[in-house]
Write a protein of this length. Structure first.
Length: 96
């Protein structure tokens, strides 16, 4: 769970380096910094994610926090990463 989440977030950050920084945290509790040049706040990304059926939490104006259930399947983490990447991709497309 935690390793899969961390590697998934790292992959997304690599594809969107102007939006996301390096995820940090322990196990399934991970925070992802939103870069200043992203042009949006953590709260805005949390709202976008909610529209995609993904519940995230803003930790201040520049960090999106993943707080999944303690029991989560590999498929659920994969689905969460797909939804999060869709949110980021939409933001990047709308700002270009």
């Amino acid at each position: 769970g935690g390793e899969q989440l961390m590697s998934g977030l790292a992959d997304i950050a690599t594809r969107y380096p102007t939006v996301l920084g390096e995820a940090r945290g322990w196990g399934l509790l991970r925070g992802v910094p939103i870069k200043e040049e992203a042009g949006c706040t953590a709260a805005e990304l949390v709202g976008d994610a909610m529209a995609e059926g993904l519940l995230l939490v803003a930790a201040g104006p520049t960090v999106v926090r993943f707080v999944p259930p303690l029991v989560v399947t590999e498929e659920e983490v994969t689905e969460a990463m797909a939804r999060f990447e869709k949110v980021i991709a939409k933001r990047v497309e709308s700002s270009s």
